[in-house]
Ligand binder design. Structure first.
Ligand SMILES: Cc1cc2nc3c(=O)[nH]c(=O)nc-3n(C[C@H](O)[C@H](O)[C@H](O)COP(=O)(O)OP(=O)(O)OC[C@H]3O[C@@H](n4cnc5c(N)ncnc54)[C@H](O)[C@@H]3O)c2cc1C
Length: 282
């Protein structure tokens, strides 16, 4: 097992593109491999993190001592019949959407511009904003995962998984690896390409001028966040175009953490609630 765990210096594991020294990095291609990593982490008393595409993670320090494991399970979409599909967690969200569009099926097309894996989207309850109340779980029947603590593969219905806005039993828990999920997509006829339409919308409304992880906070006071637009520290800044986005050109995550702290302190001083959406990995 130790031969599969390497150290790695890279800026490719988070969409903020900050550079870190990962002391323990591994990739799993099967559940058995993942189980071996878990056993090793337990023996060494090391914390373990599962990574999808890293589009919602902030690595805290230059040196990351946790075991960071990239999901390299097979990418599969299996048609089960009756509009039901079993999709593996490593499959890219955009590939599912292209598949659905090609087959004239309804889907979560609003995630067309989101660079996520299905596992990451299921862990984060990815979707549209609070007002729209639409998430990937609108299409999920069940999710199958490996429970590290109980050393067992389990399947749960979506009602037992979703805990709230961007919150599931998998958020903040590194004890469960999502393996696959069953989705139900109903037939629909399209007048135009919904993927293209969403990509055009996001280009117009969202700020892609520098690396970012989308929304930083899942709960915040937008009047305060709007006041922070354009505020920069070093090579990181709150976007002037998209509220609640931090754009980053720094190789260090320190400026991002400063910006986050400033927003948190301001909310604290004004007695407003604020909660991070981005997952922080140590
Ligand atoms: C440009 C941009 C736009 C975005 N827009 C949106 C948006 O509109 N809506 C939205 O909801 N989000 C959005 N995001 C945030 C992000 O893409 C989502 O949170 C996404 O679901 C994360 O997927 P990922 O595969 O990159 O997961 P990662 O960022 O790698 O991981 C996120 C969390 O999921 C966990 N995780 C990942 N895979 C698994 C697995 N197989 N089993 C268990 N846990 C797992 C990780 O441990 C981590 O806690 C955006 C991000 C970007 C960069």
């Amino acid at each position: 097992m130790t031969s599969l765990i390497n150290s790695l210096d890279t800026d490719k594991l988070s969409f903020y593109r900050t550079k870190h020294h990962f002391e323990k990095y591994g990739e799993f291609h099967t559940v058995d491999e993942f189980i071996q990593y878990c056993q090793w982490a337990r023996d060494q008393a090391v914390r373990l993190y599962v990574l999808g595409n890293g589009s919602n993670v902030l690595f805290r320090s230059r040196k990351i001592s946790s075991l960071v494991l990239k999901n390299k399970l097979n990418q599969d979409i299996d048609a089960l019949g009756g509009g039901r599909f079993e999709i593996s967690s490593s499959t890219q969200v955009i590939d599912v959407l292209r598949y659905c569009y090609a087959q004239s099926l309804e889907s979560f097309y609003y995630l067309s511009s989101v660079p996520a894996t299905i596992g990451g989207a299921l862990a984060m309850n990815a979707g549209r904003g609070r007002q729209q109340n639409m998430t990937v779980y609108d299409f999920v029947e069940s999710v199958t995962f490996f429970d590290v603590e109980q050393n067992q593969i389990k399947t749960l219905q979506s009602t037992d998984i979703v805990k709230g806005y961007r919150q599931t039993i998998f958020t903040d828990s590194q004890n469960k690896l999502i393996l696959r999920a069953v989705f139900k997509f109903d037939p629909i006829s399209f007048q135009s390409d919904p993927i293209l339409a969403r990509k055009k919308w996001s280009k117009k409304v969202q700020d892609y001028s520098a690396p970012n992880c989308g929304s930083v906070f899942k709960q915040a006071d937008y009047r305060i966040l709007r006041k922070l637009e354009g505020l920069s520290i070093g090579k990181s800044a709150f976007s002037k175009k998209t509220t609640n986005w931090i754009l980053n050109k720094s190789k260090s995550s320190l400026p991002i953490r400063f910006l986050i702290s400033m927003a948190q302190i301001l909310h604290g001083c004004l007695g407003k609630k604020i909660e991070l959406e981005v997952i922080v990995i140590e």
